[in-house]
Design a protein around this ligand. Structure first.
Ligand code: ATR
Length: 274
């Protein structure tokens, strides 16, 4: 821990919707630390200069959100193994003018499941991931790191699922989106990483009634908190984990890098973020 004033923030465009300032300011206050966390709007055209300005202003680091997660990679002097594998950074630490890139999405995803899954549940068995975008990439990487033996990726556009699989070599497999109701029956984990179920979007059409009873169902969508997928899972007596925890847990890594304290995710914080 340090007594100096620690300047941090999040860069993106647009940025006003970001919940990160709320989360980090809550922790700065809770742990009695000296520091700030600002939402900083930087356009893609001014990314390089914008980052240099933060270095010049003495920032310790910052989070990176849409649309800079991939472009920011090129500005980094060093990149963590997981960010390298995912091909995107979301957490930057700055030291002596050097830029270090990390990706905390996988950590956030795994920690959220560990915090909320039933005690009897484990990562052993088949994981079915819906979607093949950036979030799916981070989650598949994290599941493989966690030692999950079987990962099945189902995406509306099959080619994108195949392309995601090929990034990891032989391990994950893809199959046909239209066969999803059959393919989930022996799953130990079902994760929705698509935008389906989000407020204003159609629900993920799925039938969970023949899924085995121990299967954990997780949606990374958190607006609404209880998506149609999670409501159906509850009706089928399947354990569920909501999506807000992934956002909160992924924020912990940056906070630890900048302040030297790994913060807790509490119910209070979850309520605040929602
Ligand atoms: P992110 O980077 O946040 O993961 P993304 O790259 O835009 O977001 O990916 C969105 C995911 O939601 C994709 O897997 C997309 O499927 P396609 O690859 O077929 O586009 C999925 N998705 C969005 N709308 C969908 C819909 N109506 N039906 C099925 N999948 C949908």
């Amino acid at each position: 821990m340090t007594d100096r004033f620690v300047k941090t923030g999040v860069i993106g465009h647009p940025i006003s919707h970001s919940k990160s300032p709320l989360i980090h300011r809550y922790w700065i206050e809770k742990y009695g630390l000296s520091g700030s966390y600002e939402a900083i709007d930087i356009t893609p055209q001014t990314l390089k200069q914008g980052v240099q300005d933060l270095i010049d202003q003495g920032y310790s680091g910052f989070n990176v959100t849409v649309p800079h997660k991939v472009a920011m990679m090129e500005l980094c002097d060093d990149i963590s193994e997981s960010a390298q594998a995912i091909g995107a950074v979301n957490t930057i630490s700055l030291q002596d003018g050097k830029i270090f890139g990390n990706n905390s999405d996988g950590f956030g995803f795994i920690e959220n499941l560990k915090a909320h899954a039933p005690k009897s549940w484990s990562f052993e068995g088949k994981a079915v991931v819906f979607g093949a975008g950036g979030a799916a990439l981070a989650i598949v990487h994290a599941l493989l790191e966690e030692g999950v033996s079987e990962v099945l990726i189902l995406n509306r556009t099959r080619e994108k699922a195949d392309a995601l699989c090929s990034k990891f070599g032989r391990k994950p497999v893809s199959s046909d989106w239209l066969d999803r109701n059959t393919l989930i029956q022996d799953a130990n984990l079902i994760v929705n990483t698509t935008s389906l179920g989000m407020t204003g979007q159609p629900p993920l059409e799925i039938d969970l009634k023949d899924v085995q009873a121990k299967c954990l169902v997780n949606d990374i969508v958190y607006a609404p908190l209880m998506t149609d997928l999670l409501l159906q899972a509850q009706k089928c007596n399947l354990p569920v984990v909501t999506g807000i925890g992934m956002l909160l847990h992924q924020a912990r890594l940056g906070f630890e890098l900048w302040h030297g304290t790994l913060p807790d995710v509490t119910k209070d914080l979850e309520d605040l973020a929602l």
